[in-house]
Design a protein around this ligand. Sequence first.
Ligand SMILES: Cc1cc2nc3c(=O)[nH]c(=O)nc-3n(C[C@H](O)[C@H](O)[C@H](O)COP(=O)(O)OP(=O)(O)OC[C@H]3O[C@@H](n4cnc5c(N)ncnc54)[C@H](O)[C@@H]3O)c2cc1C
Length: 398
Amino acid sequence: MDMSFSPEDQQFRAEVRQFLVERLPSRLSEKVRLQQELTKAEIEEWHAVLNERGWLAGNWPKEFGGAGWTAIQRHIFEEESATAFAPRVLPFGIAMLGPVLQKFGSKEQQETFLPRILNGQDWWCQGYSEPGAGSDLASLKTSAVPDGEHYVVNGQKTWTTLGQHANWIFCLVRTRTDGKPQEGISFLLIDMNTPGITVRPIMLLDGTPEVNEVFFDDVRVPVENLVGKENEGWTYAKYLLTHERTNIAGVGFATAGLSSLKRIARGQVANGKPLIENPVFAARIAEVEIELMAMATTNLRLLAQAAAGQVPGAESSMLKLKGTQIRQSINDLTRRAVGPWALTFPSEGIEGANENTVPGPDEAAGATRAYLNNRKLSIYGGSSEVQRSIIAKQILGL
Ligand SMILES: Cc1cc2nc3c(=O)[nH]c(=O)nc-3n(C[C@H](O)[C@H](O)[C@H](O)COP(=O)(O)OP(=O)(O)OC[C@H]3O[C@@H](n4cnc5c(N)ncnc54)[C@H](O)[C@@H]3O)c2cc1C
Protein backbone atom coordinates (compact mmCIF):
# COMPACT_ATOMS: atom_id res chain seq x y z
CA MET A 1 0.00 0.00 0.00
CA ASP A 2 1.40 3.41 -1.00
CA MET A 3 0.87 5.94 1.80
CA SER A 4 3.06 8.69 0.35
CA PHE A 5 1.60 11.77 -1.33
CA SER A 6 1.93 11.88 -5.13
CA PRO A 7 3.64 14.87 -6.84
CA GLU A 8 0.12 16.05 -7.86
CA ASP A 9 -1.01 15.90 -4.22
CA GLN A 10 2.09 17.83 -3.10
CA GLN A 11 1.35 20.42 -5.76
CA PHE A 12 -2.26 20.63 -4.53
CA ARG A 13 -1.03 21.15 -0.96
CA ALA A 14 1.16 24.05 -2.09
CA GLU A 15 -1.81 25.56 -3.93
CA VAL A 16 -4.05 25.31 -0.83
CA ARG A 17 -1.33 26.81 1.37
CA GLN A 18 -0.87 29.74 -1.02
CA PHE A 19 -4.63 30.30 -1.19
CA LEU A 20 -4.86 30.41 2.61
CA VAL A 21 -2.00 32.91 2.82
CA GLU A 22 -3.71 35.15 0.28
CA ARG A 23 -7.39 34.82 1.18
CA LEU A 24 -7.79 33.88 4.87
CA PRO A 25 -8.45 37.13 6.78
CA SER A 26 -6.19 37.33 9.86
CA ARG A 27 -9.23 38.67 11.77
CA LEU A 28 -10.85 35.23 11.36
CA SER A 29 -7.75 33.07 11.87
CA GLU A 30 -6.92 34.97 15.06
CA LYS A 31 -10.38 34.19 16.49
CA VAL A 32 -10.01 30.51 15.52
CA ARG A 33 -6.52 30.38 17.06
CA LEU A 34 -7.82 31.87 20.30
CA GLN A 35 -10.73 29.37 20.20
CA GLN A 36 -13.32 32.14 20.25
CA GLU A 37 -16.82 31.70 18.90
CA LEU A 38 -17.37 32.87 15.31
CA THR A 39 -20.49 34.86 14.45
CA LYS A 40 -22.92 33.77 11.76
CA ALA A 41 -21.61 36.57 9.49
CA GLU A 42 -18.00 35.41 9.95
CA ILE A 43 -18.84 31.81 9.08
CA GLU A 44 -20.74 33.00 6.00
CA GLU A 45 -17.85 35.27 5.03
CA TRP A 46 -15.42 32.33 4.93
CA HIS A 47 -17.92 30.13 3.06
CA ALA A 48 -18.23 32.90 0.44
CA VAL A 49 -14.44 33.14 -0.01
CA LEU A 50 -14.23 29.37 -0.54
CA ASN A 51 -17.22 29.34 -2.87
CA GLU A 52 -15.68 32.05 -5.03
CA ARG A 53 -12.64 29.78 -5.49
CA GLY A 54 -14.90 26.75 -6.15
CA TRP A 55 -13.62 25.05 -2.99
CA LEU A 56 -16.61 25.23 -0.63
CA ALA A 57 -17.86 21.76 -1.48
CA GLY A 58 -14.69 19.70 -1.91
CA ASN A 59 -16.75 16.50 -1.58
CA TRP A 60 -19.35 17.33 -4.29
CA PRO A 61 -18.92 16.23 -7.90
CA LYS A 62 -18.20 19.03 -10.37
CA GLU A 63 -21.59 18.57 -12.07
CA PHE A 64 -23.25 19.89 -8.89
CA GLY A 65 -20.84 22.82 -8.47
CA GLY A 66 -18.38 21.02 -6.18
CA ALA A 67 -14.61 20.75 -6.44
CA GLY A 68 -14.73 16.99 -7.08
CA TRP A 69 -11.69 16.33 -4.89
CA THR A 70 -10.38 12.88 -4.06
CA ALA A 71 -10.44 11.73 -0.42
CA ILE A 72 -6.72 12.55 -0.24
CA GLN A 73 -7.21 16.08 -1.58
CA ARG A 74 -9.99 16.65 0.96
CA HIS A 75 -7.67 15.44 3.70
CA ILE A 76 -4.93 17.82 2.52
CA PHE A 77 -7.36 20.75 2.40
CA GLU A 78 -8.67 20.03 5.91
CA GLU A 79 -5.16 19.58 7.30
CA GLU A 80 -3.85 22.82 5.77
CA SER A 81 -6.98 24.75 6.78
CA ALA A 82 -6.70 23.61 10.40
CA THR A 83 -2.97 24.40 10.54
CA ALA A 84 -3.66 27.92 9.20
CA PHE A 85 -6.50 28.33 11.77
CA ALA A 86 -9.13 28.75 9.05
CA PRO A 87 -12.78 28.46 10.15
CA ARG A 88 -14.15 24.98 9.51
CA VAL A 89 -16.70 24.53 6.75
CA LEU A 90 -20.07 23.85 8.39
CA PRO A 91 -21.07 20.29 7.62
CA PHE A 92 -24.87 20.48 7.57
CA GLY A 93 -25.48 21.64 3.98
CA ILE A 94 -22.17 20.68 2.39
CA ALA A 95 -21.14 17.39 3.98
CA MET A 96 -24.54 16.02 5.06
CA LEU A 97 -27.54 17.15 3.02
CA GLY A 98 -25.73 17.81 -0.28
CA PRO A 99 -24.67 14.18 -0.88
CA VAL A 100 -28.17 12.92 0.10
CA LEU A 101 -29.91 15.24 -2.39
CA GLN A 102 -27.39 14.34 -5.09
CA LYS A 103 -28.08 10.62 -4.66
CA PHE A 104 -31.74 10.46 -3.62
CA GLY A 105 -33.30 13.92 -4.22
CA SER A 106 -35.59 14.80 -7.14
CA LYS A 107 -34.24 16.92 -10.00
CA GLU A 108 -36.31 19.85 -8.69
CA GLN A 109 -34.85 19.44 -5.19
CA GLN A 110 -31.32 19.30 -6.61
CA GLU A 111 -31.87 22.36 -8.78
CA THR A 112 -33.54 24.33 -6.00
CA PHE A 113 -31.45 23.53 -2.96
CA LEU A 114 -27.89 22.69 -4.06
CA PRO A 115 -27.04 26.14 -5.54
CA ARG A 116 -28.54 27.81 -2.46
CA ILE A 117 -26.25 25.78 -0.18
CA LEU A 118 -23.24 26.96 -2.17
CA ASN A 119 -24.19 30.63 -2.43
CA GLY A 120 -25.10 30.88 1.26
CA GLN A 121 -28.79 31.63 0.67
CA ASP A 122 -29.78 28.71 2.92
CA TRP A 123 -28.38 27.69 6.31
CA TRP A 124 -29.33 24.08 7.09
CA CYS A 125 -29.51 22.32 10.43
CA GLN A 126 -29.86 18.63 11.25
CA GLY A 127 -33.09 17.38 12.86
CA TYR A 128 -32.27 13.77 13.76
CA SER A 129 -32.04 13.51 17.57
CA GLU A 130 -35.01 13.70 19.91
CA PRO A 131 -35.28 13.61 23.71
CA GLY A 132 -35.87 9.83 23.54
CA ALA A 133 -33.86 9.06 20.40
CA GLY A 134 -30.09 9.65 20.28
CA SER A 135 -27.86 6.58 20.06
CA ASP A 136 -31.07 4.64 19.44
CA LEU A 137 -32.11 6.95 16.62
CA ALA A 138 -34.65 4.58 15.09
CA SER A 139 -36.94 5.09 18.09
CA LEU A 140 -37.70 8.67 16.97
CA LYS A 141 -41.34 9.78 17.33
CA THR A 142 -41.81 13.14 15.55
CA SER A 143 -44.74 12.34 13.29
CA ALA A 144 -45.61 13.43 9.75
CA VAL A 145 -49.19 12.65 8.75
CA PRO A 146 -50.29 13.13 5.10
CA ASP A 147 -53.10 15.68 4.62
CA GLY A 148 -53.77 16.46 0.94
CA GLU A 149 -50.74 18.17 -0.56
CA HIS A 150 -49.01 18.43 2.83
CA TYR A 151 -47.57 16.47 5.73
CA VAL A 152 -48.59 17.71 9.17
CA VAL A 153 -45.58 17.46 11.48
CA ASN A 154 -45.78 17.24 15.29
CA GLY A 155 -43.02 16.52 17.77
CA GLN A 156 -39.66 17.68 19.02
CA LYS A 157 -36.04 17.58 17.90
CA THR A 158 -33.15 18.38 20.22
CA TRP A 159 -29.41 19.22 20.24
CA THR A 160 -29.96 20.98 16.93
CA THR A 161 -26.58 22.60 16.30
CA LEU A 162 -26.77 26.27 15.23
CA GLY A 163 -30.49 25.86 14.56
CA GLN A 164 -30.91 29.46 15.72
CA HIS A 165 -29.23 30.60 12.48
CA ALA A 166 -30.94 28.11 10.16
CA ASN A 167 -33.74 28.84 7.70
CA TRP A 168 -34.11 25.12 6.75
CA ILE A 169 -33.94 21.87 8.69
CA PHE A 170 -33.67 18.33 7.31
CA CYS A 171 -35.65 16.02 9.56
CA LEU A 172 -36.21 12.37 10.15
CA VAL A 173 -39.93 11.90 10.80
CA ARG A 174 -42.15 8.93 11.54
CA THR A 175 -44.61 8.18 8.76
CA ARG A 176 -45.56 4.67 9.93
CA THR A 177 -45.84 3.18 13.40
CA ASP A 178 -46.35 -0.52 12.58
CA GLY A 179 -43.53 -2.89 11.62
CA LYS A 180 -39.83 -2.40 12.36
CA PRO A 181 -39.05 1.14 13.62
CA GLN A 182 -36.48 1.65 10.83
CA GLU A 183 -39.13 0.96 8.18
CA GLY A 184 -41.44 3.82 9.16
CA ILE A 185 -39.05 6.77 8.87
CA SER A 186 -39.06 9.46 6.16
CA PHE A 187 -36.63 12.25 5.29
CA LEU A 188 -38.31 15.66 5.11
CA LEU A 189 -37.03 19.15 4.24
CA ILE A 190 -38.73 21.79 6.37
CA ASP A 191 -38.67 25.58 6.00
CA MET A 192 -37.92 26.93 9.49
CA ASN A 193 -40.18 29.94 8.82
CA THR A 194 -43.30 27.75 8.59
CA PRO A 195 -45.89 28.58 11.28
CA GLY A 196 -45.80 26.17 14.27
CA ILE A 197 -42.00 25.91 14.65
CA THR A 198 -40.40 27.10 17.89
CA VAL A 199 -36.62 27.15 18.44
CA ARG A 200 -35.42 27.26 22.04
CA PRO A 201 -31.70 27.57 22.91
CA ILE A 202 -29.88 25.12 25.20
CA MET A 203 -26.90 26.62 27.03
CA LEU A 204 -23.80 24.44 26.89
CA LEU A 205 -21.19 24.14 29.64
CA ASP A 206 -19.16 26.91 28.01
CA GLY A 207 -22.07 29.34 28.23
CA THR A 208 -22.85 29.43 24.51
CA PRO A 209 -26.25 28.58 22.94
CA GLU A 210 -24.66 26.34 20.29
CA VAL A 211 -27.52 23.82 20.31
CA ASN A 212 -31.30 24.10 20.43
CA GLU A 213 -34.57 22.35 20.96
CA VAL A 214 -36.91 22.60 17.95
CA PHE A 215 -40.64 22.07 18.48
CA PHE A 216 -43.13 21.26 15.71
CA ASP A 217 -46.76 22.02 16.36
CA ASP A 218 -49.06 21.16 13.41
CA VAL A 219 -46.42 22.28 10.93
CA ARG A 220 -47.63 21.94 7.32
CA VAL A 221 -44.89 20.77 4.95
CA PRO A 222 -45.52 20.44 1.18
CA VAL A 223 -45.30 16.81 0.00
CA GLU A 224 -42.70 17.81 -2.62
CA ASN A 225 -40.29 18.35 0.31
CA LEU A 226 -40.13 14.59 0.92
CA VAL A 227 -36.73 13.25 -0.18
CA GLY A 228 -36.93 9.95 -2.06
CA LYS A 229 -39.72 7.59 -1.03
CA GLU A 230 -41.93 7.62 2.05
CA ASN A 231 -40.74 5.20 4.78
CA GLU A 232 -37.30 4.80 3.20
CA GLY A 233 -35.68 7.66 5.11
CA TRP A 234 -33.55 5.31 7.22
CA THR A 235 -31.52 4.36 4.14
CA TYR A 236 -30.90 8.03 3.34
CA ALA A 237 -30.17 8.81 6.99
CA LYS A 238 -27.49 6.12 7.12
CA TYR A 239 -26.01 7.33 3.82
CA LEU A 240 -25.80 10.83 5.34
CA LEU A 241 -24.06 9.50 8.43
CA THR A 242 -21.28 7.93 6.32
CA HIS A 243 -20.64 11.45 4.97
CA GLU A 244 -20.86 12.96 8.47
CA ARG A 245 -17.92 10.73 9.28
CA THR A 246 -15.48 12.24 6.77
CA ASN A 247 -12.55 13.91 8.51
CA ILE A 248 -13.72 12.08 11.60
CA ALA A 249 -10.20 11.75 13.02
CA GLY A 250 -9.70 15.54 13.06
CA VAL A 251 -5.93 15.13 12.50
CA GLY A 252 -5.62 18.76 11.35
CA PHE A 253 -7.46 20.16 14.39
CA ALA A 254 -5.35 18.04 16.74
CA THR A 255 -2.10 19.06 15.01
CA ALA A 256 -3.03 22.75 15.26
CA GLY A 257 -4.09 22.28 18.92
CA LEU A 258 -0.81 20.54 19.74
CA SER A 259 1.29 23.33 18.24
CA SER A 260 -0.72 25.93 20.26
CA LEU A 261 -0.19 23.84 23.39
CA LYS A 262 3.58 23.73 22.85
CA ARG A 263 3.70 27.48 22.24
CA ILE A 264 1.81 28.15 25.49
CA ALA A 265 3.96 25.68 27.43
CA ARG A 266 7.09 27.47 26.16
CA GLY A 267 5.72 30.81 27.39
CA GLN A 268 4.56 29.68 30.84
CA VAL A 269 7.04 29.41 33.69
CA ALA A 270 6.94 26.70 36.37
CA ASN A 271 9.59 26.59 39.13
CA GLY A 272 11.74 29.12 37.30
CA LYS A 273 11.78 27.22 33.99
CA PRO A 274 9.58 27.14 30.89
CA LEU A 275 6.76 24.68 31.53
CA ILE A 276 7.74 22.69 28.45
CA GLU A 277 11.01 21.77 30.21
CA ASN A 278 9.15 20.31 33.18
CA PRO A 279 9.77 16.55 32.72
CA VAL A 280 6.26 15.52 33.82
CA PHE A 281 4.50 18.04 31.59
CA ALA A 282 6.86 17.33 28.67
CA ALA A 283 6.14 13.60 29.04
CA ARG A 284 2.39 14.29 28.88
CA ILE A 285 2.82 16.30 25.70
CA ALA A 286 5.05 13.58 24.22
CA GLU A 287 2.47 10.93 25.06
CA VAL A 288 -0.32 12.74 23.23
CA GLU A 289 1.99 13.56 20.30
CA ILE A 290 2.89 9.88 19.88
CA GLU A 291 -0.81 8.97 19.93
CA LEU A 292 -1.46 11.64 17.31
CA MET A 293 1.34 10.38 15.06
CA ALA A 294 -0.05 6.84 15.30
CA MET A 295 -3.55 8.05 14.49
CA ALA A 296 -2.32 10.17 11.57
CA THR A 297 -0.64 7.05 10.14
CA THR A 298 -3.83 5.01 10.56
CA ASN A 299 -5.76 7.81 8.91
CA LEU A 300 -3.37 7.81 5.94
CA ARG A 301 -3.62 4.03 5.69
CA LEU A 302 -7.42 4.28 5.46
CA LEU A 303 -7.17 7.12 2.94
CA ALA A 304 -4.85 4.97 0.81
CA GLN A 305 -7.40 2.14 1.02
CA ALA A 306 -10.18 4.55 0.02
CA ALA A 307 -8.06 5.75 -2.92
CA ALA A 308 -7.75 2.07 -3.96
CA GLY A 309 -11.56 1.81 -4.00
CA GLN A 310 -12.21 0.20 -0.59
CA VAL A 311 -15.14 1.56 1.43
CA PRO A 312 -14.10 2.43 5.00
CA GLY A 313 -15.93 0.25 7.50
CA ALA A 314 -15.70 -0.13 11.25
CA GLU A 315 -12.20 1.41 11.14
CA SER A 316 -13.84 4.85 11.12
CA SER A 317 -14.97 4.04 14.69
CA MET A 318 -11.30 3.73 15.67
CA LEU A 319 -10.60 7.14 14.18
CA LYS A 320 -13.61 8.71 15.90
CA LEU A 321 -12.68 7.26 19.29
CA LYS A 322 -8.95 8.01 19.09
CA GLY A 323 -9.47 11.44 17.53
CA THR A 324 -11.83 12.37 20.35
CA GLN A 325 -9.46 11.14 23.06
CA ILE A 326 -6.50 12.98 21.55
CA ARG A 327 -8.32 16.28 21.10
CA GLN A 328 -9.78 16.14 24.60
CA SER A 329 -6.30 15.38 26.02
CA ILE A 330 -4.85 18.39 24.17
CA ASN A 331 -7.68 20.58 25.52
CA ASP A 332 -6.98 19.30 29.02
CA LEU A 333 -3.22 19.92 28.82
CA THR A 334 -3.78 23.40 27.34
CA ARG A 335 -6.09 24.28 30.22
CA ARG A 336 -3.47 23.01 32.68
CA ALA A 337 -0.70 24.90 30.88
CA VAL A 338 -2.39 28.27 31.38
CA GLY A 339 -2.94 27.34 35.04
CA PRO A 340 -4.92 29.91 37.08
CA TRP A 341 -5.37 32.12 33.99
CA ALA A 342 -7.91 29.52 32.83
CA LEU A 343 -10.23 31.12 35.39
CA THR A 344 -10.54 34.18 33.11
CA PHE A 345 -13.33 32.20 31.45
CA PRO A 346 -16.59 32.62 31.48
CA SER A 347 -18.17 34.57 28.70
CA GLU A 348 -17.16 38.02 29.95
CA GLY A 349 -13.61 36.65 29.94
CA ILE A 350 -14.01 35.66 26.30
CA GLU A 351 -15.40 39.08 25.42
CA GLY A 352 -12.57 40.68 27.39
CA ALA A 353 -10.04 38.53 25.55
CA ASN A 354 -11.37 40.00 22.30
CA GLU A 355 -10.30 43.41 23.55
CA ASN A 356 -7.05 42.13 25.09
CA THR A 357 -8.13 43.30 28.53
CA VAL A 358 -7.86 39.94 30.29
CA PRO A 359 -4.63 39.28 32.20
CA GLY A 360 -2.48 36.27 31.31
CA PRO A 361 -1.80 34.68 27.92
CA ASP A 362 -4.29 35.61 25.20
CA GLU A 363 -5.19 31.93 24.72
CA ALA A 364 -6.35 31.49 28.34
CA ALA A 365 -10.09 32.20 28.10
CA GLY A 366 -10.40 30.23 24.86
CA ALA A 367 -8.50 27.29 26.40
CA THR A 368 -11.17 26.82 29.05
CA ARG A 369 -13.97 27.38 26.59
CA ALA A 370 -12.54 24.71 24.25
CA TYR A 371 -11.98 22.31 27.14
CA LEU A 372 -15.64 22.59 28.19
CA ASN A 373 -17.08 22.74 24.67
CA ASN A 374 -15.18 19.72 23.39
CA ARG A 375 -16.75 17.42 25.96
CA LYS A 376 -19.27 17.11 23.12
CA LEU A 377 -16.79 15.23 20.91
CA SER A 378 -17.35 12.01 22.85
CA ILE A 379 -21.14 12.33 22.47
CA TYR A 380 -22.12 13.46 18.99
CA GLY A 381 -21.52 11.56 15.77
CA GLY A 382 -21.83 8.31 17.79
CA SER A 383 -20.75 8.33 21.46
CA SER A 384 -17.46 6.79 22.57
CA GLU A 385 -19.30 3.90 24.24
CA VAL A 386 -21.11 3.11 20.99
CA GLN A 387 -17.81 3.29 19.03
CA ARG A 388 -16.18 0.89 21.50
CA SER A 389 -19.02 -1.61 20.96
CA ILE A 390 -18.56 -1.40 17.17
CA ILE A 391 -14.79 -1.93 17.50
CA ALA A 392 -15.33 -4.83 19.91
CA LYS A 393 -17.80 -6.60 17.63
CA GLN A 394 -16.64 -5.78 14.12
CA ILE A 395 -12.85 -5.41 14.48
CA LEU A 396 -11.92 -7.49 17.52
CA GLY A 397 -14.64 -10.09 16.95
CA LEU A 398 -15.61 -10.16 20.65
C1 LIG B 1 -22.99 19.46 21.17
C2 LIG B 1 -23.91 18.51 20.48
C3 LIG B 1 -24.39 18.81 19.22
C4 LIG B 1 -25.29 17.96 18.58
N1 LIG B 1 -25.80 18.34 17.37
C5 LIG B 1 -26.80 17.61 16.81
C6 LIG B 1 -27.47 18.07 15.65
O1 LIG B 1 -27.15 19.12 15.08
N2 LIG B 1 -28.51 17.33 15.18
C7 LIG B 1 -28.89 16.16 15.75
O2 LIG B 1 -29.81 15.53 15.24
N3 LIG B 1 -28.27 15.68 16.86
C8 LIG B 1 -27.25 16.39 17.41
N4 LIG B 1 -26.63 15.95 18.56
C9 LIG B 1 -27.15 14.76 19.22
C10 LIG B 1 -26.22 13.59 19.27
O3 LIG B 1 -26.20 12.92 18.04
C11 LIG B 1 -26.70 12.70 20.42
O4 LIG B 1 -26.45 13.42 21.62
C12 LIG B 1 -26.01 11.37 20.46
O5 LIG B 1 -26.46 10.57 19.40
C13 LIG B 1 -26.26 10.63 21.80
O6 LIG B 1 -27.62 10.55 22.04
P1 LIG B 1 -28.26 11.00 23.45
O7 LIG B 1 -27.73 12.37 23.76
O8 LIG B 1 -29.73 10.83 23.34
O9 LIG B 1 -27.68 10.02 24.52
P2 LIG B 1 -28.11 8.49 24.74
O10 LIG B 1 -28.17 7.78 23.45
O11 LIG B 1 -29.32 8.47 25.61
O12 LIG B 1 -26.89 7.97 25.55
C14 LIG B 1 -26.70 8.25 26.95
C15 LIG B 1 -25.48 7.48 27.43
O13 LIG B 1 -25.68 6.08 27.23
C16 LIG B 1 -24.64 5.53 26.42
N5 LIG B 1 -25.21 4.53 25.50
C17 LIG B 1 -26.31 4.67 24.72
N6 LIG B 1 -26.53 3.55 24.00
C18 LIG B 1 -25.54 2.70 24.32
C19 LIG B 1 -25.20 1.37 23.90
N7 LIG B 1 -25.93 0.72 22.98
N8 LIG B 1 -24.09 0.78 24.45
C20 LIG B 1 -23.33 1.45 25.36
N9 LIG B 1 -23.61 2.70 25.80
C21 LIG B 1 -24.69 3.32 25.29
C22 LIG B 1 -24.08 6.71 25.63
O14 LIG B 1 -22.75 6.49 25.24
C23 LIG B 1 -24.20 7.84 26.65
O15 LIG B 1 -23.11 7.81 27.53
C24 LIG B 1 -25.68 16.76 19.20
C25 LIG B 1 -25.19 16.44 20.47
C26 LIG B 1 -24.32 17.29 21.11
C27 LIG B 1 -23.80 16.93 22.48
